[in-house]
Design a protein around this ligand. Structure first.
Ligand SMILES: Nc1ncnc2c1ncn2[C@@H]1O[C@H](COP(=O)(O)OP(=O)(O)O)[C@@H](O)[C@H]1O
Ligand SMILES: [Mg+2]
Length: 308
């Protein structure tokens, strides 16, 4: 849809919702709503609770801008509801959203396409712990719930005891837990907008670990843009970021996270609804590419559709 057409439509920014990332989503949603209203769109904010279908009908919403993170927002469920209601929405479709939400499935698809990702094992609730521990020999390891975000339930473990504790913790969040090789190196993220890679950002958390606090507290993390990689490596990473976006079938904006160790790099995950708060990375990368926040928001909105 063109911007002119979209300005005639009732737009809802879906925010908040039911996931552990609710607070972050409210911040993203408010920033997006302000940008759309400021640019002359008829936009309202809707909290995506259990009554969201009713609210969409009551508000006569014609286009949905999804500013939700985590479960029931980034995982294909709200996308499925909007498909059924025939309300065009921003970002990835049902399948890409649910694939990207699940790190285990994402990594299996990356392996199939020979795209680099850290080696991993999956612990499923009920698996015999002793057998599993025997498979994990090379510490340190990273333990994370298969479907969560914002570094929730993630730990870096250095021995069997730590691994057992890390599994317990991650199992609070999901029945499937990934145990991944720890990649010591530079953390970077690559925004992809409509299939094109944005400038790469290096993430340098002051405390060494990019956890919830480092992610969402101003001043806790240094962001270096563009990331200091030599030009051949920089372009290879951007190419792989585009490939990850493509093989998962993403649409609109996404952000692909990587760890770089010397000349090798490994994809950690794809985020199909990147944060758009004051401290978020996608807006910083877009800015570097010459797109301000209002422009970025409108590019994402223009891509709204059904059946992706
Ligand atoms: N294999 C790994 N090696 C090193 N650091 C990791 C690894 N996996 C995760 N991390 C660290 O944990 C953070 C969160 O992990 P990630 O897989 O991106 O999950 P999410 O962002 O969904 O919580 C990363 O940003 C990175 O700092
Ligand atoms: Mg991440």
């Amino acid at each position: 849809m063109t911007r002119q057409e979209l300005k005639q439509k009732k737009i809802a920014v879906l925010m908040g919702g039911l996931s552990a990332e609710r607070e972050v989503s409210l911040r993203t949603g408010k920033a997006v709503l302000a940008a759309l209203q400021g640019a002359g769109y008829q936009a309202v904010g809707l909290d995506a609770g259990r009554d969201i279908a009713l609210r969409l009908i009551e508000e006569q919403v014609e286009v949905a801008f999804i500013a939700l993170h985590g479960r029931y927002g980034e995982d294909g469920t709200i996308q499925g509801l909007l498909e059924m209601m025939q309300i065009p929405y921003t970002g990835s479709g049902v399948l890409a959203s649910s694939l990207a939400m699940d790190k285990e499935t994402t990594k299996k698809i990356l392996l199939y396409h020979e795209l680099p990702t850290p080696a991993f094992q999956v612990y499923r609730k009920g698996d015999v712990l002793g057998d599993f521990l025997k498979k994990c020999r090379h510490f340190p390891l990273v333990v994370k719930p298969a479907r969560e975000g914002s570094t929730i339930g993630i730990s870096i473990v250095r021995d069997e005891q730590g691994l057992a504790a890390g599994l317990q913790d991650a199992l609070q969040h999901d029945d499937h837990v990934l145990v991944e090789d720890f990649i010591q190196g530079m953390e970077i993220t690559v925004g992809v907008l409509a299939g094109e890679a944005l400038p790469i950002i290096q993430i340098a958390p002051k405390g060494g670990f990019y956890d919830y606090h480092a992610k969402y507290t101003a001043g806790q993390t240094e962001y270096i843009l563009p990331a200091p990689l030599d030009s051949a490596l920089y372009h290879r990473v951007q190419q792989v970021a585009r490939d990850v976006y493509r093989v998962l079938g993403c649409s609109g904006a996404a952000r692909i996270d990587f760890m770089v160790r010397e000349k090798e790099f490994y994809c950690l995950e794809a985020n199909t609804i990147p944060g758009m708060t004051e401290t978020s990375l996608l807006p910083k990368a877009a800015q570097q590419a010459g797109l301000d926040f209002a422009e970025l928001t409108q590019r994402i909105l223009e891509d709204a559709g059904l059946g992706k």
